[in-house]
Design a protein around this ligand. Sequence first.
Ligand code: CA
Ligand code: CA
Length: 170
Amino acid sequence: MVLRSEEQDELRLIFDMIDSHKKGVIESQEMGRALRLMGDNPKHIEIQRLVDIIRVECRLEAHQKDPEIDFHLFCVVLTPKLRLRSSTRDKDRTTATSHLKDAFKIFDKDGDGTISVDEFMHAMSSMGERLSKKEVKALMAEVDKDNNGTIDIDEFSQLMAGMAAPGAKK
Ligand SMILES: [Ca+2]
Ligand SMILES: [Ca+2]
């Protein structure tokens, strides 16, 4: 498993907080604290499960007591947790982006990645909003940051944000 440097930094920080005496190892039972420091609220059984993983990693026999954990082992056990946590965060972000992309596709009829005045007018009228070309141009000009007369997805996200904001409609 290859750690990204920011993952390693975060885990190092947590490890050092628990290993306050700088022994270079922490107790298995302190894994619960590690999880809490990662923002988790682990149940006893979840901590036990982690300890079980550690025991397996160390190839311990049933009669041997829980091992002390060095930083390497700490990373092996906690990196999947760390990644799980950030992937949930990414998923939220991805959902918002895919909604935006779906909406953009409705406007961008010919699929060239930009919305022209005609495409915009057409989409609005299919939603029951009859706007004149002049009105459409004015609306688009507000978000057309690069002034090329069409709206790309970045500019479109501004438009959507503006429409969603209360009081933005005239
Ligand atoms: Ca287009
Ligand atoms: Ca533009």
